[in-house]
Write a protein that binds this ligand. Structure first.
Ligand code: DX5
Ligand code: ZN
Length: 229
């Protein structure tokens, strides 16, 4: 309930200390994170490996806000129930991950989660035009997925196209990759409302120096809201 398009910052724990996820999650939430973004990679759909359902279930014990789980895996469908059990609030699958995104989104909602669909930089907005009624979130990748710390790829025309396709449906537009105080205003102006940020949130901070996380989150939020209508 209560959908709105206020700007949300979702730090990606891909840039956290992998030996200290519990305290890292507590620190970013205490410092103003709206959601916690969890990047699941399989070494097949993307050239990197991160964590699976047991690790995500362990993260859940520390998340007080919203656990936003981004699957960069193929296939998706055999793992949907495991991520539901692990406590994902939002489960996002890539439209490029298989031939049956419609079925996948139905299954995610059927398992009791919000459903997201992600688009790689080379995939047009129109690829999701016929599944929007099954979506709660569209994630526009502004890097090629697989790694944190990459440079922002300008996808503002795609964000505008999606904003128009979505109309007044209650669907978030999330931006993932290379979000900084410099790039955030461009995508928010184009219609995005959820900003994933890994390196731009975690750089310079630590669980011993969490105030820096707060400064980083505020810098992105202030920059994004400076142009918000
Ligand atoms: C990339 C991931 C992103 C990544 C963002 O494959 O999906 O969530 O962690 O990291 P930054 O903000 O450093 O680009
Ligand atoms: Zn991500």
């Amino acid at each position: 309930m209560g959908f709105d398009r206020r700007v949300r910052i979702a730090p990606s724990i891909l840039s956290a200390d992998f030996a200290d996820f519990g305290r890292e999650i507590q620190a970013i939430e205490a410092q103003g994170a709206d959601w916690v973004h969890v990047d699941v990679m399989d070494g097949h759909f993307v050239p990197n490996l991160t964590f699976g359902p047991p690790a995500v279930a362990a993260f859940r014990r520390h998340v007080r806000t919203v656990m936003d789980v981004h699957l960069m895996i193929a296939p998706v469908d055999p793992y949907i129930d495991a991520f539901a059990q692990a406590g994902a609030d939002i489960l996002t699958a890539h439209v490029e991950a298989g031939p049956h995104i419609h079925r996948t989104l139905q299954a995610i909602r059927g398992a009791g989660m919000k459903a997201g669909v992600a688009l790689n930089p080379g995939t047009p907005a129109e690829a999701v035009a016929h599944v929007l009624d099954l979506c709660d979130l569209v994630c526009v990748m502004t890097v090629n997925p697989g790694f944190g710390g990459q440079s922002f790829i300008d996808m503002t025309p795609k964000v505008r196209a999606l904003r128009s396709l979505i109309g007044d449906r209650p669907i978030h537009i999330e931006i993932d990759g290379g979000v900084t105080p410099q790039t955030a205003p461009l995508v928010v102006q184009a219609g995005a409302d959820v900003l994933v940020a890994g390196s731009a949130v975690f750089s310079g901070g630590s669980v011993e120096n969490p105030a820096r996380y707060g400064e980083n989150i505020r810098a992105i939020r202030v920059a994004a809201q400076s142009i918000a209508v």
